[in-house]
Write a protein that binds this ligand. Structure first.
Ligand SMILES: [Zn+2]
Length: 312
């Protein structure tokens, strides 16, 4: 009996050493095997994390509330990008001040991928502000964002073919979730009569949203926040809000709220009250670990905020 117990103890000790060693190996392996990914916006960082999972280490350059149109890369960002295996950015000039840097990096052996690159040009909305350019805010049409999912998946497979099945499985599951999300948006918007669906926000970020979900959209500033909101824009929009009796207008997390407040005042001066319907996340997601900390959460938050302001 004593010998038997002794044998068991020796066996468990041996197993313990085995698992112990195994863990150490796994950890080092995991650490060294992760691909270093840089993503410009929070939407893209969320997407790459979802598809890349345990095989990628994603560093996002822009945090929540940061405006990508105006963002300039810091020296630290440049180092991160130079050390990356792959860089994902939106493209279509969303990162307006990073164009030259991205172009320079493309000439090196670091892989750079615009997540919008596989979207058919006929699916893009022409910019009214800049002739020959297109609207970069593709993530607000969930079906267009699904194409970005495919692009990220393909790029990761090209980089790391060993984990092809893993990336494919993640992408497949995520596409299913996005289909449900798309349906959620459609169902929620049904609650607003079609003639009342007018969305006024701080800048023109919601054109794809408007096209996909049958909303007329008006932004106080243009497609890029780099162009200032002129007083004529404020007057025109204020008249429009009064004429259409629009109940609510919206601030955006990545744009200063003062312009929308000025618009609200201008409407008030015309004898009509328009509510500020809440904050929409336009060009960045919410803070991590909050409701709007993921792409799915942000889309839901925006829809719920809009619907609540219109049907109260
Ligand atoms: Zn924007």
């Amino acid at each position: 009996m004593k010998r038997y117990v002794g044998f068991l103890t020796a066996l468990s000790l041996f197993m313990l050493i085995l698992t112990g060693c195994n863990n150490v190996n796994q950890n080092t392996e995991e650490y060294s095997n992760k691909y270093k990914v840089v993503a410009t916006t929070t939407m893209i960082a969320d997407l790459v994390n979802t598809i890349g999972g345990e095989h990628v280490e994603v560093q996002g350059l822009m945090g929540p509330g940061i405006d990508p149109h105006l963002y300039k890369a810091s020296a630290g960002d440049v180092t991160k990008m130079q050390n990356a295996n792959i860089i994902f950015y939106n493209g279509i000039h969303l990162e307006g001040k990073m164009g030259d840097l991205l172009e320079d990096l493309e000439k090196t052996n670091i892989k750079t991928v615009a997540v919008a690159k596989d979207i058919d040009i006929s699916d893009l909305i022409q910019s009214e502000d800049f002739e020959g350019n297109y609207d970069p805010h593709i993530w607000f049409d969930v079906s267009l964002w699904m194409k970005a999912v495919e692009t990220v998946k393909e790029s990761l497979i090209e980089l790391d073919n060993e984990h092809k099945d893993y990336y494919e499985e993640n992408a497949k599951n995520y596409i299913e979730r996005l289909k449900n999300l798309d349906q959620y948006v459609v169902n929620e918007i049904e609650k607003i009569p079609e003639e009342s669906r007018i969305l006024v926000t701080a800048h023109d970020a919601f054109s794809y949203f408007g096209r996909a979900y049958k909303f007329e959209v008006k932004g106080l500033q243009g497609i890029s926040t780099a162009s200032e909101a002129g007083t004529s824009n404020v007057k025109e929009l204020a008249d429009f809000i009064v004429e259409k009796k629009i109940p609510a207008i919206f601030i955006e997390s990545s744009v200063p709220r003062k312009n929308i407040e000025a618009l609200q005042e201008a409407v008030k001066a015309r004898g009509f009250n328009v509510e500020i319907g809440g904050e929409l996340f336009s060009d960045s997601l919410g803070e991590p670990n909050t409701e709007a900390g993921t792409y799915e959460g942000t889309i839901k938050h925006n829809i719920d905020t809009i619907v609540n302001s219109f049907i109260e």
